[in-house]
Ligand binder design. Structure first.
Ligand code: UD2
Ligand code: MN
Length: 576
């Protein structure tokens, strides 16, 4: 503060002394307003200089919604009549992952609850906003939930802004998604050319299906949506407003929850920033920063999008080369797009005043092509190899590591060329500037530096014992102070030394299958281990495999690292 004032004083040398202090006060006042965050605020009714802004609410639609009554109206929980067939309900639930039979009894244009913060009701947005197209990929979606997505988003969007809806059929087999879908679209959207259905000749996965849809868009902005959503009050203008200021800003709505059983619509929480966990690469969330808590209706920066719902200019999407077309079926694309948006000079915001509800389900109801192998790990590896630099090792060494190493990520030259061409920041920049508090909530898993104690299998009360003449460690019951277990030392040279028997012997894996004992050589090689205390993993570095309790042979086996395998979890129990 002091130095700001001083700097200001120095910049005003020519002014008469009398004028200096009022001017300073004015400048300080403006600075203070800036600090309070007023500068970044969305304008609202009553603000001055709002001639280029307007209230985009469609009060006729809001009013009509408020007068509706019936099953599921207002997003209230619904249920099927007692006469409904339990068998049919169960079959449709199994095929869709949600109560599709109930969906068929709820109006496509049902009313929804206004879950927004009250401040959103008076938010103004630019009078001139870019046009937008909705792109909805679907694979074996239930007809009524698919139609409801299009109908509800259209009904609550200004017609001059939402100019087209493109549905991309990712090789669905359900008969209802053929002729009946087209007939229903013609009925609900009579305006010629407003909806289009593109049909992929063979199964592509949601990533390439989205790209097929986006390539057909003529509007300025693309809005990607899952095929089982419902749009909230005035959902579109808050997405477009920040984009109108900068075509490289990508904006996500808040995602509310449509209950899979009752179709009730509720909010998830009061908002959060997107993130991931290192030891699963699952989408996770970070708490809001204090500034957003104070101005909770204002858009805020988010490191990662949830994936399915976002608004982005066609121009920026294309400049980024779209998605990596080598990503198959499902998964990882939210990271790919988020990382490159940020690393290559754009930014990503969540807009609390734009709400879209989505049916979350507990299982994936559709089948995936069996010839693609483990496509999720491959997708993750493609993203990590192109964008995450040295941070990728965090991902590999604390997950199903051997799988990550074995999977062939395929050709990455095109993706790396994009990063090169756009002179994108590296991942370290992203971690420090965008996901700066991520490690606080999802910490890096670091190996221990050195430890002394008894090695205990967490899946059983078994501890490692080394008898003087044996060539392999064996197992014994862990007792007080170790019982019959042998004191081991994880050294700073990353070897596991057996203290008991001079000359000291070390864990060694000469055959890649089981832990044996050899004279310590201090050269790492086959004696090179890392222990990750947070996940209890004891990893043999040269083979990228993990030590597991072989309870049948009562020895230490080397197996592919797996998070699910409890036999691979080890605790280092202190001797005291
Ligand atoms: C979440 C995201 C989804 C995507 C995915 C990870 C939300 C609300 N959803 O998926 O958008 O980021 O995580 O990749 O953020 N689909 C196809 N072809 C396929 C498989 C799916 O077109 O082979 C469609 C499907 O009909 C749906 C969309 O892709 O419209 C997403 O699939 P989902 O709803 O099964 O996945 P979800 O919600 O778990
Ligand atoms: Mn979904």
């Amino acid at each position: 503060m002091q130095s700001t004032v001083l700097r200001l004083r120095r910049r005003l040398p020519k002014l008469p002394r009398r004028l200096k202090s009022p001017l300073l006060l004015l400048l300080l006042g403006l600075l203070l307003l800036g600090w309070l965050g007023w500068g970044g605020h969305s304008p609202r009714r009553g603000d001055r200089h709002s001639h280029s802004l307007k209230d985009w609410h469609d009060y006729a639609v809001i009013e009509a919604d408020s007068r509706r009554s019936g099953l599921g109206e207002g997003g209230r929980p619904a249920s099927l009549p007692a006469s409904a067939s339990a068998r049919q309900k169960a079959d449709l639930f199994q095929a869709n992952g949600f109560n599709a039979l109930l969906s068929d009894s709820i109006a496509l244009d049902r009313s929804i609850p206004d879950l927004r913060y009250p401040e959103c009701r008076s938010q103004l947005h630019y009078r001139r906003l870019p046009t937008a197209a909705l792109v909805i990929p679907f694979h074996e979606e239930h007809l009524s939930t698919l139609l409801r997505t299009a109908v509800s988003c259209r009904a609550r969007a200004p017609p001059q802004l939402l100019t087209e809806i493109i549905l991309v059929d990712d090789a669905s087999q359900k008969p209802a998604l053929g002729g009946p879908l087209e007939a229903a679209l013609a009925k609900h959207f009579p305006q010629s050319g407003f909806t289009r259905v593109l049909r992929a000749p063979k199964r592509e996965g949601l990533i390439r299906a989205r790209m097929r849809g986006i390539a057909a868009v003529t509007a300025d902005v693309v809005i990607v949506m899952d095929s089982h959503c419902e749009c909230g009050v005035n959902w579109l203008p808050p997405l477009l407003h920040p984009i109108a200021e900068d075509y490289r800003t990508v904006v996500c709505p808040f995602i509310d929850v449509i209950n899979q059983e009752t179709f009730e619509i509720r909010s998830q929480d009061t908002g959060a920033r997107g993130s991931w966990s290192w030891n699963s690469f699952h989408y996770k969330r970070l708490p809001l920063l204090s500034e957003s808590l104070r101005h909770h209706a204002e858009p805020f920066a988010s490191p990662v999008m949830a994936g399915g719902l976002f608004a982005m200019t066609r121009r920026w999407f294309n400049e980024l080369g779209g998605y990596d077309s080598g990503l198959d079926i499902w998964g990882g694309e939210q990271y790919e797009l988020s990382f490159k948006i940020w690393q290559c000079g754009g930014r990503m915001l969540d807009a609390p005043c734009s709400r879209v509800a989505h049916i979350y389900r507990n299982f994936m109801p559709y089948k995936n092509p069996s010839n693609l192998g483990d496509f999720i790990t491959r997708n993750f590896k493609r993203v990590a190899e192109v964008w995450m630099d040295e941070y990728k090792e965090q991902l590999y060494s604390t997950n199903n590591e051997e799988q990550y190493r074995l999977v062939d990520a395929g050709d990455l030259t095109k993706q790396r060329a994009i990063r090169e061409r756009l002179k994108c920041h590296n991942f370290d920049w992203y971690m420090k500037n965008v996901a700066f508090d991520q490690p606080k909530f999802y910490p890096y898993r670091r190996p221990a530096k050195s430890l002394t104690g008894f090695l205990k299998a967490e899946s059983a009360n078994r501890c490692v014992a080394v008898a003087p003449g044996n060539s392999k460690p064996s197992m014994t019951t862990c007792g007080d102070g170790g019982g019959g277990a042998t004191l081991l030392h994880l050294s700073e040279r990353d070897e596991i030394r057996v203290h008991a028997s001079p000359p000291e012997r070390c864990f060694d894996v000469p055959d890649g299958r089981a832990v044996q004992l050899f004279a310590c050589h201090g050269m790492r090689g086959n004696q090179y281990f890392k222990y990750f205390p947070d996940i209890g993993r004891l990893r043999h570095v040269p083979s990228s495999r993990c030590v597991a309790l072989d309870s049948r042979l009562e020895q230490l086996a080397l197996v592919p690292c797996s998070k699910a395998d409890s036999a691979q979890r080890w605790a280092w129990v202190s001797a005291a």
